[in-house]
Design a protein around this ligand. Sequence first.
Ligand SMILES: Cc1cc2nc3c(=O)[nH]c(=O)nc-3n(C[C@H](O)[C@H](O)[C@H](O)COP(=O)(O)O)c2cc1C
Length: 386
Amino acid sequence: MAAFRWLTAGESHGPQLTVIIEGLPAGLEVSEDDLRRDLGRRQGGHGRGGRQQIETDWARIVAGVRGGYTIGSPVALVIENRDHANWTAEMTAAKEGFAPKPVTRLRPGHADLAGALKYGHTDVRNVLERSSARETATRVAAGGVAKKLLGEFGITVMSFSQSIGPVDTGYDAVDPATLSEEEIAASPVRCPDPEASRRMVQEIDAAGERGDTLGGTFRVVATGLPAGLGSYVHWDRKLDGRLAQAMLSINAIKGVEFGAGFEGASRPGSQFHDEIDYQGGRFRHLTNRAGGLTGGVTNGEPLDLRAAIKPISTMKTPMPSVDLKTKEKVQAHYERSDVCVVPAAGVIGEAMVALVLADAFLEKFGGDSMEEVGRNFRAYQDTLAR
Ligand SMILES: Cc1cc2nc3c(=O)[nH]c(=O)nc-3n(C[C@H](O)[C@H](O)[C@H](O)COP(=O)(O)O)c2cc1C
């Protein structure tokens, strides 16, 4: 059983989203305010659609925290969907008087067809309400709690956009170690390169005008990680595998790489592997092309991964498709939608990385109170320093 588990519930236009987090030690300081910043960042970024004007995401803590500190019981967070007010009849749980207007025009690239076939739905709304990335608000809220835990031990997680559409800063253009949150936040697309950022905005605007959408890639970097999280001994304990699964579970993510990843595959070994050194009483690597993991174990360098997100599938100029009911050729369904979500996806990526790292951290240093976790962590650090 995982040391740290979490489960979400809620539809995009239902009354609320819920997440329950289990396995947090007692004594972790956490407040609703701590979760607000990331929830706001998930809603932002140039290219987001009208939904974000309706919502101001705020996670209410409804269980597991008392007087500002976790008490060891499951933590439950609730995010209200303000847009629900416009959808009460369509989304009611009651059988009486329920007369929805079914969605049947399938959107290529969305979960509509596969989901309807799998669950036997004749109204695609039953699929899209849960396959919508609205659910990721709960992940970001839970990720905020995971970040608080990791932060107590000096671990931070950040992200930035590397490419949007055809504009790519490249792997080597940015050294994550030199980046500041302020530089990233100053860009409307969360890209630290101002010139690339400007061109990305132009590309998004042009795509929006055409009724089209854009994808891209983002990096997530975690610093302060101790060597030794994860394990090489079995496939499902390898931390790179667990992180990749977590990243691919984010809506529309189609690829993940660690460090130099795909680009590194064309280099000879002599120009890929990270030379090992011993300085200042600790082992270190002179480069970080592995992205902070070797053998599925953190190696003491920053975790550096990149994810590719495909272009959004709901388009103002819809693609040809088929009607689920009549089987006739139609234009795909259009419902208010985003043009580009790379900046937001980075924030969700941070949350997923934080959640996986919190699990791996508690697996290694777990205890029932923060004090006990701290003791275990310090004892391990002492052995590394020997
Ligand atoms: C932050 C975020 C926002 C998204 N917004 C939309 C949207 O407005 N319209 C849309 O069609 N897809 C949107 N998506 C993508 C779909 O949720 C996703 O493509 C769909 O669930 C199918 O899953 P798959 O792409 O992983 O196969 C969004 C994804 C993310 C990460």
